[in-house]
Each structure stands twice: as structure tokens, then as C-alpha cells.
Design a protein around this ligand. Structure first.
Ligand code: HEM
Length: 430
């Protein structure tokens, strides 16, 4: 029997080290060399920190796994790469499940579709049209604040960070004054791996203190959304929180854990992701004044810029799957129960699919990137994310004459959701 291609210890550790994801060019070099070894490789030998898994870096293979939701499941192992201690922690918190929170990403068929259907219509373009004016108003306010703070700004802190957070909180019915609390709670629950972003100071805590903090955050979040649920049941509105609060599955309202999971996944999935792609688009424009001038004059180019920014940044860097039955992938024999990392950054930079993948090419066509995933779990918020980005750039392009880099851009250290955490720019208003 031929043994599977296996990563050496240096590459194996690097792929799961959050710091590697802050060093983008080296990361892409690493994925290129791993992919040329094999698009599906084994990572093992570091069981002191994590269990062995398969790393999938080829575009075709990531697509195959994503679309085959029978062979590759989101259960029972965790869907986000976790060190042994994180898994033990989740099990202790939940009484045995590796998933801290029950949500769409932790469900498989047939339950998954029942829950996804509850809000799927809400996230379709037809319904999103009804909130266009609200979103445009948030974009206008954000750009007003940016211009008041300028000409030198940190685009992530002033614009791309707060804007999607406002949008997602608006659709969840959270008033603006409660947003900092929600941000803190989601960060505490998901234990940010980046020291600058992890404002809860978790880095300096013992495991017991972290357990208490996370347990407290989950309780606090539950109490907060129990209030929202009661309010939306008494006075339903057209936002997504109302849709969730008044949903029925198999003839019964959602139980508390499932309802909280729904709020939490939307609160968590909707902001850092869109922020990272928005910042990436702005960085690309700041470095290419001709392209900025072209899109300012011709807004039909905007859709291409938005789509390319999402591919180029790939802010959701991976998800995990568990093999349901023995199978083959990329020439490798996978066994039932094996754990797989599908790496979207690597897939979206696969030269077999994308010409010159590291180049930001707003005219790229086709651009069938995998940044939103594919198959049954494909991003529920993809139309919202595109619409938010398009609207913000429409306002920005109206209100600014030019933009240039004004310092070093820095990326966050994170294996899961990552991207720019600082983007210093100089803005010239229109
Ligand atoms: C540029 C922005 C975004 C990116 C790159 C992104 C990416 C992703 C990816 C890769 C997945 C997993 C797909 C899979 O397993 O095949 C996902 C799932 C999901 N996303 Fe997004 N996302 C973004 C914005 C949003 C927004 C704005 C929302 C909603 C407010 C959202 C809500 C969700 C939800 C609920 C899921 C789980 C879907 C399921 O399991 O059925 N996302 N997203």
C-alpha cells in the first residue's frame, strides 16, 4: 500500500498556527508548495495539540467536498479547526458535544434544511431590496464619520469594521447603544486568536477563567436575546430577528438553544467577514489610482471589484468536515471518521482555476471563487454581503476624490476568519 502524502512537521504546525495567516505572501507560497505535493495531504504527528486531519488545498477538491453533503458531514467533529484543549472545553460546556453552539453550520441533513429554510427567503435579493434604504443610510452615516475623522484614517477601525456590524445588528433588532456589548460577547464566546482584536484580555487568563468568561458570555447573550424574542413575538416586525422568533419547526417553536444558535451565527458570521473583504477592496483601490478613477467614472465595474475582493481576501479561511463513509479524494483513500480541513484561501489561489491568482483583477471572468463555500451550507448571507459592499462603495465613490495608502496595513492572526485589522489611508474628499 502506498502511504498518503504527509506534511512535514514545520508545514504541519504552520498550517494550524494563527500567526501564519497574518503573513499572507508566505502563507500563499506555503499553500502552493503543499498543493503541488498533493491537493489532499495528511497532517499528523502533532497529536499533543490537535488530532490528525486531511488538508485540502486544491480548488476542485474543495468544491467536491463542499458539494457532497452526504459523504462529508458537518458532524460530529467540530466544524472549525480546534486544538485538543478547545474541543475538551466545548465538551465540558455542552455536556458532550464538540459544538459550543448549535447552529446552521453544525447541522446536517435533514435538520439543516429545515432550519435554513426558516430564513432563506429573508436573505434573498427580493427581500433584501426592502432594506436597501436602511443599509444605504448606515453607509452614509459611516462615511460621514470617516470624513469628519480624516484626512488620515484607519479604514478598518473607521469604516469596514463598524459598518457591517451596524447592518447585522440592525437586522437582529439590536439598538446601536447595545452594539459594543454584543461585540464583546461574540468575541468572548469565540475567543479571538488575535491579541489586538481580543479586547476581553483572554490571552492572560487561565483555562478555568476562560471557561467562566465564556459561560458567562453565553448566559448574557441568551438573556439579551430572550428579551428580543419576547418583544418580536409580541410585536412582530419585518426584520430577521422577528422571522426567527416566530418560526416553527415540525409544528413547534424553536427551543432556546436552537434559537440562540441562530442569533449567534448571524451575529458572528455577518461582520468580520464582510469587513475583511471591504477592507481588501479598498486596499486594492488605494494601490491602483487608475482603477479607482475608472470605477468612480463607471459604476458598472463595481460588481467585479466586489466579487474579486471577496475571492482575493477569502475571509473565511477554512471549515472542517468529517468523512461519513470510506471514499477517495484527490487520489487519497479517506476513511470513515477522518477529519478534513477545506481551505478556501488555498482553493481561491489555485493556479489551475485562476490565472495569476495573487493579482487583484476586477475584470476576472469567470470568477467562480469558493469564498462563500458551495453546496448545502453555502453562505446564507452572500447576497447581503455583496449588497452591503456595493452600497458602501457607491457612497464612498460619490464622496471621495482619491485615496492613497498612509502606512503599513496589518492582518489579523487567526486560522478561521481573518483579514486586515488595520488599513491606514489618506482620503481626499470630493
Ligand atoms: C464577504 C462576506 C462573507 C463571506 C466570505 C462568508 C463566507 C461563508 C462561508 C465560507 C460559509 C460556509 C460555507 C460552506 O460550508 O460551504 C458561510 C456560511 C454562512 N454564512 Fe457567510 N460569509 C460572509 C458574510 C455573511 C453574512 C453577511 C451573513 C449574514 C448576516 C452570513 C451568514 C452565514 C450563515 C448563516 C452561514 C451558515 C450557512 C449554513 O450552514 O447553511 N455570512 N459563510
Amino acid at each position: 500500500m502506498v502511504s498518503a502524502p504527509t506534511l512535514d512537521a514545520v508545514n504541519g504546525r504552520a498550517v494550524i498556527d494563527p500567526a501564519s495567516y497574518a503573513d499572507w505572501d508566505n502563507l500563499l507560497d506555503r499553500f502552493d508548495s503543499i498543493r503541488s505535493l498533493s491537493p489532499v495531504v495528511r497532517v499528523e504527528g502533532v497529536e499533543d495539540v490537535h488530532r490528525p486531519f486531511w488538508l485540502v488545498t486544491g480548488y476542485d477538491e474543495v468544491m467536491e467536498v463542499s458539494k457532497d453533503n452526504t459523504t462529508y458531514l458537518n458532524n460530529p467533529q467540530t466544524v472549525v479547526f480546534s486544538l485538543n484543549e478547545g474541543i475538551a472545553f466545548a465538551k465540558a460546556m455542552t455536556g458532550g458535544s464538540e459544538h459550543m453552539v448549535a447552529s446552521l453550520v453544525t447541522f446536517d441533513a435533514p435538520i439543516h434544511m429545515k432550519y435554513r429554510k426558516l430564513t432563506q427567503e429573508w436573505f434573498m435579493p427580493k427581500n433584501l431590496k426592502t432594506i436597501e434604504d436602511e443599509i444605504r443610510a448606515i453607509a452614509e452615516r459611516t462615511v460621514d464619520r470617516m470624513l469628519a475623522a480624516g484626512p488620515d484614517i484607519d479604514f478598518v477601525k473607521q469604516v469596514s469594521g463598524p459598518y457591517p456590524l451596524h447592518v447585522v445588528m440592525q437586522i437582529l433588532g439590536v439598538p446601536e447603544e447595545d452594539e459594543p456589548r454584543m461585540l464583546m460577547l461574540t468575541q468572548q464566546m469565540f475567543g479571538g486568536q488575535d491579541e489586538d482584536l481580543n479586547r476581553s484580555g483572554m490571552a492572560a487568563m487561565t483555562p478555568e477563567q476562560i471557561t467562566q468568561l465564556v459561560a458567562g458570555a453565553v448566559k448574557d447573550f441568551e438573556a439579551y436575546f430572550a428579551g428580543i424574542t419576547a418583544e418580536k413575538r409580541a410585536n412582530p416586525t419585518s426584520d430577521v430577528a422577528s422571522t426567527i422568533a416566530n418560526s416553527v419547526v415540525d409544528g413547534a417553536p424553536l427551543n432556546d438553544r436552537d434559537m440562540m444558535g441562530y442569533y449567534i451565527i448571524l451575529a458572528a458570521a455577518g461582520h468580520d467577514t464582510t469587513s475583511a473583504s471591504t477592507a481588501g477592496a479598498m486596499m486594492a483601490l488605494a494601490h491602483d489610482p487608475d482603477q479607482f478613477a475608472r470605477v468612480k467614472a463607471d459604476r458598472s465595474l463595481l460588481a467585479g471589484i466586489v466579487e474579486e475582493a471577496i475571492r482575493w481576501t477569502s475571509p473565511v479561511q477554512h471549515f472542517m468536515r468529517t468523512v461519513a463513509e470510506d471514499t477517495q479524494l484527490g487520489g487519497q483513500d479517506l476513511k470513515q471518521g477522518d477529519w478534513l480541513m477545506i481551505n478556501y484561501v488555498a482553493a481561491n489561489h489555485d493556479p489551475a482555476q485562476f490565472d495569476d491568482p495573487r493579482r487583484f483583477d476586477a475584470a476576472r471572468s469567470p470568477n467562480r471563487h469558493l469564498a462563500f463555500g458551495a453546496g448545502a451550507h453555502q453562505c446564507l448571507g452572500l447576497h447581503l454581503a455583496r449588497m452591503e459592499m456595493r452600497m458602501l462603495f457607491e457612497v464612498l465613490l460619490d464622496r471621495i476624490e482619491s485615496v492613497e495608502p498612509a502606512g503599513e496595513a496589518r492582518r489579523s492572526t487567526s486560522t478561521f476568519v481573518g483579514g486586515l485589522k488595520s488599513l491606514p489611508l489618506r482620503i481626499t474628499p470630493a
